[in-house]
Design a protein around this ligand. Structure first.
Ligand SMILES: [Zn+2]
Length: 114
């Protein structure tokens, strides 16, 4: 089994097995914003460490048997949105609106001609 050498910010160099390391590949909305990292729990101090990984590091860790975790951004996140973000006041307005749900059914009835 391959031994992977990594550096813990607290303990310095540590030896890991491929099962102790994970690679995360996150697809961002724009290709240039995508990023990859590798994550391990330090066997000495137990701190979780995450470090950036370029394509070469991802390829090397993958060939050593490290599990690749791909995080895909859903298609909806790639849509372009206009307008300001929904705020706390908007949610309160929605709650107040829904409390008068009878008005909605009346509106639907009027719209459908009933
Ligand atoms: Zn450590």
């Amino acid at each position: 089994m391959a031994t992977i050498k990594a550096t813990c910010p607290m303990c310095g160099d540590v030896d890991l097995t491929p099962r102790q390391v994970r690679v995360r590949v996150t697809e961002a909305i724009r290709e240039s914003d995508s990023h990859s990292s590798y994550v391990f729990g330090c066997p000495q101090c137990r701190v979780d460490v995450e470090k950036p990984a370029d394509e070469e590091v991802v390829r090397l860790l993958s060939s050593a048997g490290v599990r690749i975790e791909r995080i895909a951004v859903p298609a909806e996140a790639r849509e372009i949105h206009d307008g300001r973000p929904i705020g706390y006041d908007d949610l309160l307005d929605l709650v107040l609106f829904l409390e008068t749900h009878d008005a909605i059914s009346e509106d639907v009835a009027l719209a459908s001609g009933r």
